[in-house]
Design a protein around this ligand. Structure first.
Ligand SMILES: C[S@@+](CC[C@H](N)C(=O)[O-])C[C@H]1O[C@@H](n2cnc3c(N)ncnc32)[C@H](O)[C@@H]1O
Length: 214
């Protein structure tokens, strides 16, 4: 798949749905106790690592970034979609949000203590994942924690509309946690924990905790 194409399609799709996505997801964490628990655990691990800036990569409208902030984490958001970033800044004016892509992460080496990518890798094709995990490793401090959330399963689906029927053109990739863990180990991470969420649903979620090796 041509990188420029899928990135451009992802950007346009999320620009189109950003306002509806924010409206539909704003209170989502309130009804997601296991995700809240995972975020609380991540916040604890970040604090134990000494604290410092944490990047929420593919932050969307920033509700998870804001939740981490409420947990005392110095979180900031990065997203491919400039409209998502406009919405995030509107909804959370005291937090920092920047437009950027995880495929070319514009952060200095070892500049963040932690990194979160919650359901933002789901649009990245397999062949791009190792490079992205290389960026994650590069920007994290040695020993810094990483938290990933993604759809569990096999194969990809083309999503042509969403969040109130708006047009989209993105592939949604489902993955097995073992595959994601293997890519992480190859990129220089130690995998520390994983949680399977909604295993009885047709598309479960996985949350995976890893740490940059020294
Ligand atoms: C399903 S939403 C998840 C948003 C948020 N993390 C959440 O948990 O609600 C996927 C987000 O990832 C962003 N995204 C997709 N590909 C990206 C990339 N290459 N770099 C940065 N953000 C990306 C999209 O723009 C979108 O905002």
């Amino acid at each position: 798949m041509n990188a420029d194409c899928w990135l451009a399609d992802t950007r346009t799709s999320y620009d189109t749905v950003a306002v509806s996505y924010a409206d539909q997801l704003r209170e989502a964490l309130a009804g997601a106790p296991y995700l809240r628990a995972a975020l609380a655990l991540f916040a604890d691990v970040v604090h134990a690592a000494g604290g410092g800036p944490v990047a929420d990569v593919g932050c969307g409208p920033g509700h998870v970034t804001a939740h981490l902030h409420e947990l005392g984490v110095d979180a900031f958001g990065i997203d491919l979609s400039s409209v998502m970033i406009d919405v995030a800044r509107r909804d959370h004016p005291r937090l920092r949000f920047e437009v950027g892509s995880m495929t070319d992460l514009d952060l200095a080496d070892a500049s963040v203590v932690g990194l979160l990518a919650f359901w933002s890798l789901i649009h990245v094709p397999d062949e791009a994942v190792p490079t992205i995990f290389g960026h994650f490793r590069r920007v994290l401090r040695p020993g810094g924690p990483l938290l990933l959330g993604f759809h569990v399963g096999d194969g990809s689906r083309l999503k042509t509309q969403g969040y109130g029927g708006h047009p989209m053109n993105v592939h949604v990739h489902r993955r097995q946690p073992d595959q994601v863990a293997a890519w992480l180990r190859d990129a220089g991470f130690t995998v520390e924990a994983q949680m399977l969420i909604d295993p009885d649903e047709s598309v479960p979620g996985a949350v995976l905790f890893a740490r940059r090796q020294s």
